[in-house]
Design a protein around this ligand. Structure first.
Ligand code: SF4
Length: 210
């Protein structure tokens, strides 16, 4: 598996404005990540992605202590933006699917892929799957006033770039690939079994494959 960095992460690492201390920390995370990825075949993709949830939360928590973040419970502008997620995240979210949600997903599939739509898990302006929300939702933090996030406002949104998250996200997405949010969830209805790691699908006697 290849570890690729996003342009944001590469730019960060080559920027003259970033202190060597910060670059060292980002490189340390890349090393840890490469090590975790080399062990991937002992875990299923959903197990791996759940680990990344913890890493993302750790970074965002640290960031919110350092600088003012506008995101608050009940503010849901970003939950109207079409998302892309990994199939593994679709599997994690599958337990929250109801017949009504599946119908809504099918309806949303007919929309222009870029057209805003309320996330099917949004309830009373709050995320109903908060513990299982995808990496894309976990990493979206802004510093500009919340009302700027109104898609119709036309005002500038200042997204916080958190180097550790940039690095981890680019590697996760390049390793697992991303698909449209609706597709990732609807695929779970068509193929509900848990995605298997390479070792678990090809590992012989104790792989548990019948
Ligand atoms: S999963 Fe939760 S946080 Fe993410 S877009 Fe949907 S409601 Fe919002």
């Amino acid at each position: 598996m290849e570890l690729k960095l996003s342009s944001g992460a590469s730019k960060y690492l080559s920027s003259a404005d970033v202190t060597s201390d910060h670059k060292f920390k980002a490189c340390f995370e890349i090393g840890k990540l490469a090590q975790a990825m080399s062990m991937q075949n002992t875990k299923t993709p959903p197990e791996m992605v759940s680990e990344y949830f913890k890493v993302f939360d750790m970074y965002t928590e640290a960031e919110t202590k350092k600088q003012a973040v506008s995101c608050r419970k009940g503010c849901s502008f970003c939950c109207f933006v079409p998302l892309q997620i990994t199939e593994a995240e679709g599997h994690i979210l599958a337990k929250h699917l109801t017949e009504e949600i599946v119908e809504t997903l099918k309806e949303q599939k007919q929309l222009d892929p870029k057209a805003p739509r309320p996330c099917v898990f949004l309830r009373d302006q709050e995320c109903s799957v908060y513990q299982d929300r995808p990496l894309a939702c976990r990493s979206h933090l802004v510093a500009s006033p919340p009302e700027n996030c109104d898609l119709e406002s036309g005002r500038e949104v200042m997204k916080l770039v958190i180097p550790g998250i940039e690095v981890v996200a680019s590697a996760v997405y390049s390793a697992h690939g991303v698909v449209d949010f609706s597709d990732a969830l609807l695929n779970q209805i068509a193929h509900p079994q848990e995605p298997q790691s390479e070792e678990k699908t090809t590992g012989g006697e104790d792989a548990g494959v019948s």
